[in-house]
Design a protein around this ligand. Structure first.
Ligand SMILES: C[S@@+](CC[C@H](N)C(=O)[O-])C[C@H]1O[C@@H](n2cnc3c(N)ncnc32)[C@H](O)[C@@H]1O
Length: 389
């Protein structure tokens, strides 16, 4: 597509689509967002006031544009339709807002993004509703939505998302769009160190002395037991609980039995370990649990990615970070005994280092967790635009 094309950024967040489109030569002519902190970050970076609820916008007032971008919230159409008593099954959902704009503008290209679950959501009805409604409007689409993750492009984050691409072409709407993807990488072809900052890391990202003590204890534990691959969560409180179990579901009592077996196989070591750490009395309940998910790829927890989760301390291989998601604990890089920085979170979403994150770290992590990966969208857009040339 020619440079200087126009795009609109719906459900704009902090502008993952904006970054991608601008890098391809596009100019944003309209953006819509309702979260006050995201609006703030958007304005700081692009000088555009995105503050408007898309439901309140008259489509005729939206400027003409070549590309419509939207990472819209996923909702169940049939339910929303029924609840609101509408004939049209998409009315009342946010997809309807996109449909309404497309109906009027007949936008040439569309790029929509959503969670992986959209494909199977509501017994596949969500996808088939989107597909049939876009077709009806005159769009050529890929038969299935594209499922892609940044790690497949060498950005070390596992984040499978669905991308829907469409071209306005009513005469050929029944001809499926075909998109040829380049060679995609595996998880193992990634490594987390490729996006890490090396210098001037603020102290605030470092783990606390308590966290370090807990992790050292679990490191000793892993090194001290005979097993290297542990296929179940370690629950220290159950090691020597030989009394009949409470009314546990089967999966839970199976795990408890495995913990008791592990304890019996390593009794001498574990007794010493428990004694050294005073029966883990100073450990919070979730820190008495550990999930080793790194197989034999590493021999020390300090070489992995560490997550403090409600289900326990999880250790993963240092190949890819788990998906950044809004509101979830920030992963720790074992080797550096610190959490992922805000800048690193930005890099995991392929935002350039010139991007100004929200001044509040919690908001900044949340916003990157909600964003689309810029490189993923850039690749998708290039493929879509080339389809026509
Ligand atoms: C998944 S996020 C999209 C993030 C964005 N693609 C990015 O790269 O940052 C969805 C966004 O839609 C916004 N949103 C939800 N309902 C909206 C509405 N009615 N009008 C405008 N924005 C809305 C939310 O506040 C949220 O930031």
């Amino acid at each position: 597509m020619k440079k200087n094309f126009m795009f609109i950024d719906l459900f704009a967040g902090i502008g993952g689509f904006h970054q991608a489109m601008e890098q391809l030569g596009g100019k944003c002519v309209f953006a819509s967002e309702i979260d006050k902190y995201a609006i703030e970050t958007y304005f700081k970076n692009y000088g555009i006031n995105a503050n408007c609820n898309i439901r309140d916008i008259d489509e005729k007032k939206i400027p003409r544009h070549d590309v419509l971008c939207a990472g819209f919230p996923c909702q169940t159409f049939s339910k929303a339709g029924k609840q609101l008593g509408f004939q049209d099954e998409t009315k009342g959902t946010l997809f309807f807002e996109i449909e309404r704009i497309l109906k009027y503008h007949k936008t040439k290209y569309i790029i929509l993004e959503n969670v992986r679950n959209l494909v199977s959501h509501d017994n596949k009805r969500t996808w088939s509703t989107i597909y049939s409604h876009l077709k009806k409007l005159g769009y050529r689409l890929t038969k299935e939505p594209i499922i892609i993750s940044p790690h497949q492009l060498g950005i070390p984050q596992l984040r499978e998302r669905v991308v829907i691409l469409g071209i306005y072409d009513p005469e050929n709407r029944d001809k499926d769009l075909t998109i040829q993807l380049p060679k995609l990488l595996t998880k193992e072809e990634n490594n987390i160190y490729s996006i890490l900052e090396q210098e001037n890391i603020s102290e605030k990202y470092h783990i606390s002395a308590y966290e370090e003590m807990v992790l050292n204890a679990w490191d000793e534990f892993y090194k001290g037991i005979k097993e290297t691959v542990i296929g179940f969560p370690i629950w220290a409180v159950y090691f020597n609980k030989f009394t009949p179990l409470e009314d546990f579901p089967k999966w839970k009592s199976d795990f408890v039995f495995k913990n008791i077996k592990l304890y019996l196989n390593n009794r001498e070591f574990i007794d010493q370990w428990l004694k050294k750490y005073n029966n883990l009395e100073a450990f919070s309940p979730t820190h008495k649990k550990m999930e080793w998910q790194a197989g034999e790829s590493i021999t020390s927890l300090w070489d992995g990615i560490i997550q403090f989760r409600p289900s326990g301390i999880r250790i993963k291989k240092p190949t890819c970070f788990p998906a950044l998601v809004a509101m979830v604990q920030i992963p720790v890089i074992g080797k550096y005994k610190r959490r992922l920085t805000v800048r690193e979170a930005a890099r995991l979403q392929s935002f350039p280092d010139t991007f100004i994150p929200n001044a509040n770290d919690q908001q900044a992590y949340k916003q990157f967790g909600n964003a689309v990966n810029v490189e993923v969208i850039k690749l998708m857009a290039e493929k879509l635009f080339n389809e026509v040339e």
